[in-house]
Write a protein that binds this ligand. Structure first.
Ligand code: PAZ
Length: 345
């Protein structure tokens, strides 16, 4: 008798490139920017995280403390899309939070107070130097006279990082706020934006998080873990588009603030046009475009009514491990200064 497995698991046929492209239905029209009614629907039907009140209080105190400073909200890391209410499985993305954590450090160095809205357990400013999986903190340690000490060759660099970290802490310049799911991210982003609203043009939004485009709405999410025998051995997912709230942020949540979003693509031929499309749709001030493959070495600034402006590390800078954020952040600060000046005039 033939083993069962032959009948139950026939070899999967390899699809042609054309067929593969058709496995995703791309015929649906591009989702328009969210209206007030979309905002009300989303936030009424997707419950706020229980901790939101406490987080809002921390944020209010921080904003009050820095009431005459510039404040930047940096978003960082990827949002998850839970597939079950009691979540065992979720959809995730690649972002480790390197862009956000690195950028936050350069804003701090330039005198900004930073609200760091990050994916829980992703990279954080300063500790990122010693916490990445290829950068285990134990590798920086050695044993000396029964004590653990930092290896001689790492002392200088770690001292520099430690001083910057302590200085940010002592001056209360860094507020760390976590999210995990797309819903937590959206609720928290809206709450923080509204808290930042009164400081007007001194607020800067630097939206580097990789935010899910699709999610499972509460009306369709199962309570318990999806069972493997359900659905005839195939799991077919039916996801809704996540409303595009960027224009609500620009027009209602924090009008007056300068807003920078990121656009990630993998196809170089569409990067600039997609970035321009985002600017036209959401009417904000700057889109920073980057490609997955080259994001650490080159990015492009796309602003309304201006030619695009590439920032690239030279081969020598790459060799010397210069961080591209050390070039990006001063350029955004220059634009933010002009934005504040324009608001005053
Ligand atoms: O976290 P990371 O440094 O690996 O990646 C950063 C990034 C590529 C997620 C960011 O630069 C970005 O483009 N964020 C927006 C992604 C998007 O288009 O939704």
């Amino acid at each position: 008798m033939e083993p069962h497995s032959h009948k139950r698991f026939p070899p999967t046929r390899r699809l042609s490139t054309g067929e593969r492209e058709q496995t995703i239905d791309r015929s649906a029209p591009v989702l328009p920017p969210a209206l007030e009614i979309d905002e009300n629907n989303y936030f009424e039907n997707n419950a706020a995280p229980e901790y939101l009140g406490e987080l809002a209080q921390q944020c209010e105190e921080f904003v009050q403390f820095h009431s005459s400073n510039r404040i930047v909200l940096v978003t960082s890391g990827g949002t998850t899309v839970p597939l079950e209410n009691q979540t065992v499985r979720f959809i995730d993305n690649f972002s480790a939070g390197t862009r956000g954590a690195t950028s936050a450090e350069y804003y701090l160095e330039n005198g900004y107070a930073v609200i760091f809205l990050h994916r829980q357990f992703s990279l954080l400013p300063y500790s990122r130097h010693y916490s990445h999986s290829t950068n285990c903190f134990l590798d920086f340690m050695e044993e000396k006279n029964e004590q653990v000490v930092v290896g001689q060759q790492y002392q200088q660099e770690m001292l520099t990082v430690l001083r910057k970290y302590r200085s940010a802490q002592e001056r209360n310049l860094l507020l760390l706020l976590p999210f995990t799911t797309i819903n937590q991210y959206l609720h928290t982003l809206r709450t923080i934006s509204m808290i930042l609203k009164p400081i007007g043009s001194r607020a800067l939004f630097y939206l580097a998080a990789a935010v899910s485009d699709f999610f499972v709405p509460p009306s369709r999410i199962p309570e318990h873990k999806i069972q493997s025998q359900a659905g005839g051995n195939k799991l077919i997912m039916d996801l809704d588009p996540v409303p595009k709230f960027l224009n609500r942020l620009v027009e209602k949540w924090a009008p007056g603030a300068m807003i920078i979003s990121f656009k990630l693509e993998t196809d170089a031929n569409i990067l600039v046009s997609k970035a321009r499309q985002a600017l036209e749709r959401y009417s904000h001030q700057l889109v920073i475009g980057n490609l997955l493959q080259t994001r650490k070495h080159e990015i492009v600034f796309v602003e309304p009514d201006s030619p695009e402006n590439w920032i690239r590390l030279s081969p020598e800078q790459i060799e010397m491990e210069v961080e591209i954020e050390s070039l990006i952040i001063p350029a955004t600060i220059e634009l933010h200064s002009a934005w504040i000046k324009k608001a005053k005039d």
